[in-house]
Write a protein that binds this ligand. Structure first.
Ligand code: NAI
Length: 308
């Protein structure tokens, strides 16, 4: 199957690399606006194929969307990343124009495509794709919760001093420093609630570290992260291409679920060959419900800047 990744920068190239390394997909097309950049990244990645043992074909193009025709999945990573001290929301002015134009080009050549939105502010960019693409809502998936949940599990394993494979946890709501909701009430170590192992203050500290996980890395790196975002996208793409029906928190258009409508927010979803196959209704505590509603209010305010 053909998978297109728009934006051959840090996150886009990392997506292509992880998709190829997992060797589940036949073809990845990288697209960028910078002359020769996607072609160069594709060639460099292809020269790792014999070393890393994958058969996926990676090609690149400078803006020729005819090369993306017939894509099953397209990942939008084009746009600017944040610099230290910036919020994701500050990127909206530039990224909205880019995401809108890219979406139109993708849909023109691949009317049946499933779009994964990565560019920030992601929940608002996913909303923009809904408003401008004409695609059914099952085929627009915002990537945030997969990454934030991986960061949550990293913090859980760190606090519990145990292997990452022993812990489980999920982050829902908004992909923003204040709007993320790590579900402490559902987090487990070997199936047992973390409240059996960690006091409340430790739990709150690790939830806070999860929420500012992106900002912490941006400060260290001078730009936003790429390995974990690329890996998170590859998990979503694999669940679609291989019809794995994994439950992954994604930003999706809500129509009454979790008490919200006409907004893209992170909620647990079953992801398979049709895109979002089901929104899973998990029970939230009263305080989690309140946090979800507060996060939704903030996302709505940012969406207001799009002018719909
Ligand atoms: P980057 O600057 O390394 O790469 C962006 C690429 O997009 C550049 O190569 C640029 O030439 C290209 N581009 C710009 N306009 C384009 C257009 N119209 N068509 C095609 N390509 C175009 O940035 P990076 O680090 O890869 O981040 C990309 C985006 O992903 C940012 O908005 C960042 O905030 C976001 N991000 C989102 C995450 C999430 O969890 N949703 C995680 C990490 C980053």
């Amino acid at each position: 199957m053909k998978v297109t990744v728009v934006g051959a920068g840090a996150v886009g190239a990392s997506c292509a690399e992880y998709i190829a390394m997992k060797n589940f997909n036949s073809e990845v097309v990288l697209v960028d606006i910078k002359e020769g950049f996607a072609e160069g990244k594709a060639m460099d990645l292809m020269q790792t194929a014999s070393l890393n043992g994958f058969d996926t074909k990676i090609t690149g193009t400078t803006g020729d969307y005819s090369k993306t025709a017939g894509s099953k999945v397209a990942v939008i990573t084009s746009g600017i990343p944040r610099k230290p001290g910036m919020t994701r929301e500050e990127l909206i002015g530039i990224n909205a124009g880019i995401v809108k134009e890219v979406t139109q080009n993708l849909v023109k050549h691949s009317p049946d495509v499933i779009i994964i939105v990565v560019s920030n502010p992601m929940d608002t960019m996913a909303y923009l794709v809904h408003k401008t693409s004409g695609l059914p809502k099952e085929r627009i998936i915002g990537m945030g919760g997969a990454l934030d949940s991986a960061r949550f599990k990293y913090r859980l394993a760190e606090a519990l001093d145990c292997p990452i494979s022993d812990v489980d946890g999920m982050v829902i709501a908004a992909h923003s420093d204040t709007g993320m909701l790590p579900l402490l009430s559902k987090a487990t170590r070997n199936g047992v609630s973390i409240s059996e192992f960690l006091d409340e203050s430790t739990q709150n500290n690790l939830a806070e570290a999860t929420k500012v996980g992106g900002a912490t890395l941006t400060k260290l790196l001078g730009t936003s992260a790429w390995y974990a975002p690329g890996a998170a996208v590859s998990v979503l793409v694999q669940s679609i291409v291989c019809d794995q029906k994994k439950m992954i928190p994604c930003s999706v258009m809500l129509d009454g679920e979790y008490g919200e409508s006409d907004i893209c927010m992170g909620v647990p979803c079953i992801i398979g060959k049709n895109g979002i196959e089901k929104i899973v209704d998990i029970s939230l505590t009263d305080s989690e419900k309140e946090s979800f509603a507060t996060a939704a209010k903030a996302v709505r305010e940012v969406n207001g800047d799009l002018g719909f």
